[in-house]
Write a protein that binds this ligand. Structure first.
Ligand SMILES: *Cc1c(COP(=O)(O)O)cnc(C)c1O
Length: 222
């Protein structure tokens, strides 16, 4: 079956990259299902995949409801608008990977506190400083992480997420990953454990740069 073969191939490539740099690191694979149907998600689940990522609240809602009977772990990876916070919290996702601003953190904290909930999150770093991307500028990411950790007790910060630079130039992509990795290394002393970097086109490089969570869409669901 095609999906199963895609998953096997992806895991093989993850393993190869991992073993070449760090035999002791455990790398998590989140299957990004944003262009895929509930049937395809179910098929990949039956191949052993548990964690899935969506970038639109509406899609996450529809798919998580239709697949409610499966023990899936949902990651939200898109830019979250404040008017969608309530809808997202209702779904009770496993993790919000894309906490992109202090305003969003404060708004989230308010709603979480009110509902007496907590939420696993990653701070999104715009390491390539691209206008089209959300996230904290690398210069302020460290202080912002500590500030949110201190001021937003219902937000459980677990680490960082970043999207590699949008270019074919591997050196530039590598620089953007290393930038996030350097911030992550400082934050490990503050309890950060997850460094989410790498998509279909650049995940082996991301692993070489320290990633321990890759988000793969097109290479799995092709
Ligand atoms: C779409 C998306 C991915 C997966 O991208 P592919 O290139 O299809 O692997 C990963 N992370 C984020 C934030 C995305 O929006």
């Amino acid at each position: 079956m095609q999906l199963e073969q895609n998953l096997i191939d992806a895991i093989e490539r993850i393993e190869k990259a991992r073993i070449s740099v760090d035999r002791h690191r455990i790398i998590k694979l989140v299957a990004v299902s944003k262009y895929s149907s509930s049937e395809e998600i179910k098929a990949l689940y039956q191949c052993g995949q548990r964690a899935f990522g969506e970038n639109k609240v509406q899609d996450l809602q529809t798919k998580s409801i239709s697949l409610d009977s499966l023990p899936l772990e949902w990651h939200f990876i898109g830019t979250l608008q404040t008017n969608k916070i309530n809808a997202l919290l209702k779904i009770k996702p496993f993790m919000l990977q894309s906490l992109h601003s202090l305003e969003l953190a404060q708004e989230l904290q308010k709603r979480l506190q009110k509902e007496n909930l907590s939420l696993n999150t990653l701070l999104q770093v715009n390491s390539a400083k691209e206008e089209s991307k959300s996230g904290f500028a690398p210069e302020v990411a460290y202080e912002s992480y500590l500030k949110i950790k201190e001021e937003c007790p219902n937000i459980k910060l677990c680490g960082l997420m970043s999207i590699g630079a949008h270019t074919q130039d591997l050196k530039v992509i590598q620089k953007s990953f290393e930038c996030t990795r350097n911030i992550y290394e400082k934050l490990q002393k503050e309890g950060a454990q997850i460094l989410s970097m790498g998509m279909s086109s650049d995940f082996t490089l991301a692993i070489e740069c320290g990633s321990n969570l890759v988000r793969l869409g097109s290479t799995l669901f092709k």
